[in-house]
Design a protein around this ligand. Structure first.
Ligand code: KG4
Ligand code: ZN
Length: 341
């Protein structure tokens, strides 16, 4: 029997709507309000919420038209229920409830973090029996052990302070780059020498290495970069921004790839799946591929358009929930800004 899922994502600034039929992506349309935030240096939740309200119906229409699917052909609706911004989540969940009620179809609340991994199935095919997931974004940096993605996901560790993307955005501000700094640092770091300045790798030495085997801490690194830059400025010396970007980027990507691949080896899994907005980072993709090949591990990272927030990730996980016979969440669902796995 054929299953058609409508996926709705509104956890942050992207309104993403996608249609997945039997594990195949028919359409994925995204609208974003990111352009509005450069002058504020960060996302303004109220602006994001109103933008979702404005773009919801046009994005839905565009996705259905692109997929060549009528609303009446949708079998279930999947929507991000958390984690994320409360106003943004509420617009998506309210729209999804209205659709589920009007169409009399089941409604599934989706965990955004697991969605970031699940989107990879749409491009690289069905997941193996088990794998390690690394989800890195503006809000999260987590290592997950995954069996069946619909029923068996366990967080092995995560960031104790800043997420990888958040650290990039903060250092971007320090280097005078526009918001969000992540993609700018990525570009700048390609012009620098990644070995010129060695910045600290948090939680990789002594007792911390054992106790926080799968955890990250990037705030010390951020402070080290700030001290380095301020020291030069105080002495009236020029800041080698490309070398700072490259050295900083190397420190984060070194720890992310090392800990994720260590998890694969400890659990005896031969696959690492990477997802989330930060997995667009070119050095992360390069280092993960290089180090995984050395250890005989397969790395799956979706193309960049599926790394940042989108509807496909939600529809893909919705499809897995339906396929695995999971009970729908129902019309009573609410949003959970800090949703656990
Ligand atoms: O997953 P996402 O779109 O939203 C969240 O759920 O957070 O991730 C956005 C984050 C931002 O911090 C952004 O700076 C970062 O991903 N990002 C990057 C790159 N592209 C996006 N960070 C480093 N390098 C990139 N190429
Ligand atoms: Zn995300």
């Amino acid at each position: 029997m054929s299953i058609t899922i409508l996926g709705i994502e509104t956890s942050c600034d992207e309104t993403g709507i996608a249609v997945v039929r039997d594990g195949e992506l028919l359409a994925d349309v995204t609208a974003t309000s990111m352009d509005e935030y450069a002058r504020y240096g960060g996302i303004i939740p109220e602006i994001a919420s109103r933008a979702h309200l404005q773009t919801m119906v046009p994005t839905l229409d565009a996705a259905l038209e692109k997929a060549g699917v009528e609303l009446s052909e949708i079998d279930a609706i999947a929507v991000t229920a958390g984690p994320g911004l409360i106003g943004s989540l509420t617009v998506g969940v309210s729209a999804a409830k209205a659709l589920a009620l009007a169409l009399d179809k089941p409604l599934y609340g989706i965990n955004h973090i697991i969605g970031h991994l699940c989107v990879d199935e749409l491009v690289d095919g069905p997941f193996p029996e088990h794998f390690i997931g690394l989800v890195v974004s503006g809000g999260h940096s987590s290592i997950l052990r995954v069996g069946n993605i619909a029923t068996d996901v366990e967080e092995l560790g995560g960031t104790l302070d800043d997420a990888a993307g958040e650290a990039f955005d903060k250092v971007g501000r320090l280097l005078g780059l526009p918001y969000p700094g992540g993609p700018h640092i990525d570009r700048l770091s390609k012009e620098g020498d990644r070995d010129a300045i060695r910045f600290p790798r948090g939680l990789t030495a002594g007792k911390d290495k054992v106790r926080h085997q799968y955890d990250f801490s990037f705030s010390g690194l951020k402070t080290a970069v700030a001290r380095y830059v301020e020291g030069l400025e105080d002495r009236g010396e020029e800041v080698p921004t490309a070398d700072v970007a490259a050295g900083f980027s190397e420190a984060i990507n070194d720890v992310l790839t090392m800990k994720a691949l260590n998890a694969c080896e400890t659990f005896g899994y031969d696959t690492l799946v990477v997802g989330g907005g930060f997995s667009a980072n070119s050095r992360l993709r390069e280092l993960a591929a290089e180090r995984a090949a050395e250890r005989g591990i397969t790395v799956r990272i979706p193309p960049i358009r599926y790394c940042t927030d989108n509807g496909a990730m939600v529809a893909s996980l919705g499809y897995e929930l339906v396929r695995n016979g999971i009970e729908p969440s129902g019309l009573g669902i609410t949003v959970d800004t800090g949703m656990d796995l």
